[in-house]
Design a protein around this ligand. Structure first.
Ligand SMILES: [Zn+2]
Length: 338
């Protein structure tokens, strides 16, 4: 393997993962990589990218001195197209947010039965907090009785929602976002304008992949429009029920996240007039005008309801009805004068 190929392979890692990768490589080299790993960090920081890279390295036949997979052996070619027989991903089924016990039982069977040609099997569960209680219990047994050569990688942006019994049996790998300057430089290198990069990074907790995805799906224009629609409701114009129907209730979790961002911005501007709204630094005047005429307790009550709904999302609720209620509450609270 020559130096340029080495560099090309290393580039498949994200630059802000260097420190975490170095620690993993050290463990790999000393043959003390734990049987269970928990990759955590905000959504879009690249947890699955690094987990896949580690899985590729574990099954690679001729890893590089850096610990990276070689990128050219038969194993690496299979990994690259997602067909390596010893790398198993477990994700919720289409249209679901839950990883069911049946899937985890299949994993526990597979981990016993197959440690393939590479001498390793890697099982990746993403998101691990998507496992229901029965699934988590089924996994616990495998974590307690490791099978030689099997590595379990749990991936979660909400690792605090995992049972303590699961967390305590995994070694944490915490992935932090890059510094704002490094994140912006990376996004600009991907072709994003600098000002857009800054705003997107601010909106997505500094997570570059989430920011990039937001740009690809034109999230900023969509969110700006949704915020304008909320302002119209606050001005006594528009119909909350019709607005709920026009929003994508299937993505209630995503909508709640943004409603929480907007509400927190208003609360912050009430407490510290003139501070910069996280949603849009350029919209400080509009946010301040609205913040000034709202009742502080009403806003905190609204925020509590949003958090509560966010917590209950995994149970069976009617997303459209829940969204209608949120927008009706918003209309009511903004119609009141303190
Ligand atoms: Zn290889």
């Amino acid at each position: 393997m020559n130096a340029s190929a080495d560099a090309a392979t290393a580039q498949r890692r994200l630059p802000w993962h260097d420190a975490a990768w170095a620690r993993l490589c050290l463990a790999l080299r000393d043959d003390r990589l734990p049987h269970g790993l928990l990759f955590s960090g905000v959504a879009g920081v690249g947890k699955a990218v690094l987990a896949q890279h580690l899985a590729n390295a574990l099954v690679c036949q001729t890893p590089l001195p850096s610990g990276d997979p070689c990128g050219s052996c038969r194993s690496c070619r299979l990994s690259a197209v997602g067909h390596h027989p010893d790398i198993h991903w477990y994700r919720p089924e289409e249209g679901s947010r839950v990883i069911k016990v049946e899937a985890i039982r299949a994993l526990t069977d597979a981990s016993v039965l197959t440690v393939g040609g590479s001498g390793r099997s890697v099982f990746l569960i993403d998101p691990a907090d998507g496992m229901n209680g029965a699934a988590a219990n089924a996994l616990l047994k495998t974590l307690e009785e490791p099978v030689g050569g099997a590595v379990l990688i749990l991936i979660s942006a909400n690792s605090d929602r995992l049972p303590a019994t699961i967390r305590s049996r995994c070694q944490p790998v915490v992935l932090a976002p890059p510094s704002p300057a490094d994140g912006q430089a990376w996004l600009v290198a991907q072709g994003l304008p600098a000002d857009q990069s800054t705003r997107l990074l601010g909106l997505y907790g500094g997570a570059p992949l989430a920011a990039l995805q937001g740009a690809a799906t034109e999230q900023l224009a969509k969110l700006d429009e949704q915020w304008r629609q909320l302002e119209r409701l606050a001005d006594g114009r528009g119909d909350p029920v019709a607005l709920a129907a026009s929003w994508d209730a299937d993505d209630l979790a995503g909508l709640l996240d943004w409603l929480i961002v907007w509400t927190l911005d208003l609360i912050r501007l009430q407490a510290a007039p003139g501070s910069v709204p996280r949603f849009d630094p350029a919209a400080v005047a509009r946010f301040q005008t609205l913040a000034n005429r709202l009742d502080c307790r009403d806003l905190h009550g609204f925020l509590d309801c949003l958090y509560e709904l966010r917590r209950r999302l995994t149970s069976n609720i009617n997303s459209l009805l829940a969204l209608e209620k949120v927008l009706l509450d918003w209309t009511r609270l903004t119609a009141r004068t303190p």
